[in-house]
Design a protein around this ligand. Structure first.
Ligand SMILES: [Fe+2]
Ligand SMILES: [Fe+2]
Length: 192
């Protein structure tokens, strides 16, 4: 059965009550939609993976369970193995090969979307005028959004085959489209 966005949202919200985690899922979904369109891939399938990649984090908040113990739940709900494999591949500790564009894009957008969110939160204009240059500057400040793994951000862009600035710009553009849902100011295309 082909998974739909509605089905993935239902699964996500069944297991994830935290607004922050739901917003993270929505941000990664938006980024994966952007790249699915860019690469001419299956946008709905990529959206489903974005929504689901951390669906079990609230019930499995440690790496001895997340995301591997979520896989049987997804399987029971009838998700394609392609979806489950992509979800599992975002976890560094599982050491799965990121051998498909969807897996590379998920890994590249996971940490960076969280970082961009943090950057947008501390600006009066939100994500509206946020630029890659200022994101890159903040990446070099270890105390800012310290939980974001810088090394994974840099490696993600590299594995995706994109210049970091270009990747950051894409993530910003994707998230700007759904800024209100992410609790961010500055929706729509940047002015000027
Ligand atoms: Fe995760
Ligand atoms: Fe994530």
């Amino acid at each position: 059965m082909r998974p739909t966005r509605d089905q993935a949202w239902e699964t996500l919200t069944l297991y994830t009550k935290s607004e922050a985690l739901r917003r993270h899922a929505l941000a990664v979904e938006a980024c994966l939609r952007f790249y699915a369109r860019r690469f001419g891939e299956d946008e709905e399938l990529w959206a489903v993976v974005g929504l689901l990649h951390d669906f079990d984090y609230e019930i499995h908040p440690t790496l001895d369970k997340h995301p591997q113990d979520g896989a049987p739940i997804l399987r029971a709900e009838g998700y394609l193995e392609e979806v489950i494999e992509a979800v599992l591949s975002h976890a560094e500790h599982l050491g799965m090969p990121r051998d498909a564009p969807l897996k590379k894009a998920l890994f590249a957008c996971d940490e960076l979307s969280g970082f961009v969110h943090a950057c947008a939160l501390v600006r009066p204009d939100g994500i509206g005028t946020l630029e890659p240059r200022s994101v890159r500057k903040k990446l070099k400040q270890p105390s800012f959004a310290a939980g974001v793994n810088r090394e994974e951000v840099y490696r993600g862009a590299e594995e995706l085959g994109l210049d970091l600035d270009e990747h950051i710009a894409n993530v910003i553009a994707a998230m700007r489209e759904i800024a209100p849902e992410l609790g961010l100011r500055g929706a729509g295309p940047a002015k000027g």
